[in-house]
Ligand binder design. Structure first.
Ligand SMILES: NC(=O)C1=CN([C@@H]2O[C@H](COP(=O)(O)OP(=O)(O)OC[C@H]3O[C@@H](n4cnc5c(N)ncnc54)[C@H](OP(=O)(O)O)[C@@H]3O)[C@@H](O)[C@H]2O)C=CC1
Ligand SMILES: CC(=O)C(=O)O
Ligand SMILES: [Mg+2]
Length: 541
C-alpha cells in the first residue's frame, strides 16, 4: 500500500537531475521546441476552459519545464486558464476533477499535531513561499448562487497563485507550497456530495479556529524557518484579524488586503497621469467594503498621508459603500474595520442606490470590490462621465462573471473617456474607429515581486513600506509605448521584468525598515541588485 507521502513524492518536487532519457525511449524526431508547439495545439484543441485547466495541470505534473515555457510564451492566453476566471470553476469542481494531491491539507482534526503534518511535505528544505487559504470566500459567486463557502475546494486558488509566482517572478517550482486549511464547510451541497474531499462537518467555531491558527503559524515557523506566507481568500473578519495578529511575528502578508491595495494604488497613480487630477485630488468611491475594498482604501489612506495629507484630509477623499449602502456615522451596524472610513458629513436616511450615491459624492474614481455583477450600470457610468472628464472606473471583482461592468459597457457608456481596469481580463474593443486595450487590475502584478524580494532579502516581516514600494514600482514600470496607448497597467508579457524591478524596491524598503536578514545585499548598487535578482530567477530549461 502506498502512503499519502509516497503519493506526494511522485510530484517530483525535489530538484531532479536532468539527464537525457536512454536511447530508444523517445521517438527519433522528438524535439523539445516542436513539443512546445505540440503542447499549445493540444491545449487549444480542448473544448472548454476547464478542460484546458485540467490539461495544463497534467502538463505541469508531467513536464514542468514545458508547462512554464508555455506560460511564459503565452501569458495572455494561459493566465486566465490557470488563474482567474477559470480557477473559480476549478475550485467549484475540485473534488470532482481531483487527480492527485498537489499541496498540503491540514484539517481542524490535526490540531495538536500540525507540526508532524507539516514535516510530511517532501521538499521541506526547499520551501520558500506558501499560499495558505481556508477556502472561505473565493469565488464569492458561490454566495450569490447560495452555495456557501468552498471548504477544501479552495486548493486551486493556492496552486494558481503559486504557478504565477513561478511564471511571473521565477520562484523555483520546488520552493512553492500550497496549503489548504480544512476547518469544515457550511456548504450543504459539498457536505452531501460523495466526491467532496474535505471534512464532512460544519466550520469550526471561532475559539477553536483561533487556537488552530496559533498552532499552525507557530509550527510553520518552526518547520520552515525560511518560509514567507501569503494568506489568501480568508473571510473578511479572519483576514483582518489574522493579519494584525501574525504580521509582526512572522514573514507574511495578506494578498487580498495588501496585494490588492498595492495594485489599485498603482492603477490610481498611473490613471491619474492621464486625468487632469493628481492621485490625491481624486474623490474615490468604493463599492464593496470587504477585505479587498477596505484593504485598498487603507492603502490609499496611507499613501495620501505619507505624501503630506493629514489623516482627516485623506479620509475626506474616500467614500465606502457596503451591502447596506453608504457608510456614515449615524448608520447602525458598521463593522469595526470599516469605521475609519465612516463619513461625518452625511446624515439622513440610508443611501443605498449607487446612482444616488454617485450623484451625491460626485466621484472621479469608482472602485468595484463588491462581487455584484453589473452594479456599474450604464446610468452610473454615464453619470460619472458627465461629472469628470476622465472617469476612473475599476470593476475589480472576480471572476469575470462577477465584474461590476464589462470593458465594452464602460467604454461605450463613457464615450471612450473611461480609464478602465478590471480584476479579470476582458478582450480588446473596437470603438470610435480604434482598438482599445483594457487594463487588468489584479494583485497578480504585485505578489510575485513582493514574494521574490522578501525571500531574497530574507525579510523577517513584510512592512507597509515594502507593500507600498511594490505599488510605486508597478506604477513606474509602464514603457513609453504602453503610456502612449494610455494603458493603466503594463502588459502581462513583461511580468518577469516588472517583478524583478519590484523585487529590488521591496529589498530596498526592507533594508530601510531593518527587517532584511541578508546583509550582503546592502553592499550592492541598485544595478548590481537588479542583476542579482534576475540571476536568482528560475527559468524553465
Ligand atoms: N482584482 C483583484 O486583484 C482582487 C479582486 N478581489 C475581488 O473583490 C471582490 C470582493 O472580495 P472580498 O473583499 O474578499 O469579498 P467580501 O465578501 O469580503 O466583500 C464583499 C463586499 O461587497 C459588499 N457588497 C455585497 N453586496 C453588495 C451590494 N449589493 N452593494 C454594495 N456592496 C455590496 C459586501 O458588503 P457587506 O460588508 O455589507 O457584507 C462586502 O463589503 C471579490 O470578487 C474578489 O474576487 C479580491 C481581491 C483581489
Ligand atoms: C485576485 C484575488 O486575489 C481575488 O479575487 O481574491
Ligand atoms: Mg484573493
Amino acid at each position: 500500500m502506498t502512503s499519502a507521502a509516497d503519493g506526494i513524492q511522485k510530484l517530483k518536487l525535489e530538484p531532479q537531475p536532468k539527464q537525457p532519457p536512454a536511447e530508444g525511449l523517445l521517438p527519433p524526431a522528438f524535439s523539445r521546441d516542436i513539443h512546445l508547439q505540440r503542447a499549445l495545439l493540444q491545449l487549444r484543441s480542448k473544448a472548454s476552459d476547464i478542460e484546458k485547466y485540467i490539461y495544463l495541470s497534467q502538463l505541469k505534473d508531467t513536464d514542468e519545464d514545458i508547462f512554464y515555457k508555455l506560460c511564459l510564451a503565452n501569458m495572455n492566453e494561459i493566465t486566465p486558464l490557470i488563474y482567474t476566471p477559470t480557477v473559480g470553476d476549478a475550485c467549484l469542481q475540485y473534488s470532482r476533477n481531483f487527480r492527485r494531491p498537489e499541496g498540503l491539507f491540514i484539517s481542524i482534526r490535526d490540531k495538536g499535531r500540525i507540526g508532524t503534518i507539516l514535516r510530511n511535505w517532501p521538499a521541506i528544505d526547499e520551501a520558500r513561499i506558501s499560499v495558505v487559504t481556508d477556502g472561505k470566500s473565493f469565488p464569492p459567486r458561490s454566495r450569490i448562487l447560495g452555495l456557501g463557502d468552498l471548504g477544501l475546494n479552495g486548493m486551486p486558488i493556492a496552486i494558481g497563485k503559486l504557478s504565477l509566482y513561478v511564471a511571473g517572478a521565477g520562484i523555483r517550482p520546488s520552493s512553492t507550497l500550497p496549503i489548504t486549511l480544512d476547518l469544515g464547510t457550511n456548504n450543504q451541497t459539498f457536505l452531501n456530495d460523495p466526491l467532496y474531499l474535505g471534512l464532512r462537518q460544519e466550520r469550526a467555531p471561532e475559539g477553536e479556529y483561533d487556537e488552530f491558527m496559533e498552532e499552525f503559524m507557530t509550527e510553520m515557523s518552526r518547520v520552515y524557518p525560511k518560509l514567507l506566507v501569503q494568506f489568501e481568500d480568508f473571510s473578511t473578519n479572519h483576514a483582518f484579524s489574522f493579519l494584525s495578529r501574525f504580521r509582526h511575528r512572522f514573514p507574511l502578508f495578506n494578498d487580498d488586503i495588501q496585494g490588492t491595495g498595492a495594485v489599485v494604488l498603482a492603477g490610481l497613480v498611473s490613471a491619474a497621469r492621464l486625468s487632469p487630477l493628481q492621485p490625491h485630488e481624486h474623490r474615490i468611491l468604493f463599492y464593496g467594503a470587504g477585505s479587498a475594498g477596505i484593504g485598498v482604501a487603507n492603502q490609499l489612506l496611507s499613501f495620501f498621508t505619507l505624501n503630506g495629507m493629514t489623516k482627516e484630509e485623506a479620509r475626506s477623499h474616500i467614500w465606502i459603500v457596503d451591502s447596506k449602502g453608504l457608510i456614515y456615522d449615524d448608520r447602525d451596524h458598521v463593522a469595526e474595520y470599516k469605521k475609519v472610513f465612516s463619513r461625518n458629513d452625511y446624515s439622513g436616511p440610508p443611501m443605498t442606490d449607487l446612482l444616488d450615491i454617485v450623484e451625491y459624492v460626485r466621484p472621479t474614481a469608482l472602485m468595484g470590490l463588491s462581487t455584484v455583477k453589473g452594479a456599474f450600470t450604464e446610468a452610473v457610468i454615464r453619470r460619472m462621465a458627465s461629472q469628470t472628464p476622465r472617469p476612473i472606473i475599476f470593476p475589480l471583482s472576480n471572476p469575470s462573471q462577477l465584474s461590476e461592468c464589462t470593458f465594452s459597457e464602460a467604454l461605450r457608456a463613457s464615450g471612450g473617456s473611461v480609464l478602465f481596469a478590471s480584476g479579470s481580463p476582458f478582450p480588446e474593443e473596437n470603438f470610435a474607429g480604434r482598438t482599445w486595450e483594457p487594463g487588468q487590475g489584479n494583485n497578480m502584478y504585485i505578489f510575485p515581486g513582493l514574494g521574490l524580494g522578501s525571500i531574497l532579502c530574507r525579510a523577517s516581516s513584510v512592512t507597509d513600506s515594502m507593500v507600498e514600494a511594490t505599488a510605486i514600482g508597478l506604477a513606474n514600470s509602464l514603457s513609453s509605448d504602453e503610456r502612449a496607448l494610455e494603458l493603466v497597467y503594463p502588459r502581462l508579457q513583461r511580468i518577469r521584468e516588472i517583478s524583478a524591478h519590484i523585487a529590488v524596491r521591496v529589498i530596498r524598503a526592507a533594508q530601510a525598515a531593518d527587517v532584511d536578514r541578508s546583509s550582503e545585499l546592502r553592499k550592492l548598487s541598485d544595478e548590481e541588485l537588479l542583476g542579482f535578482v534576475q540571476e536568482k530567477m528560475w527559468t524553465p530549461q
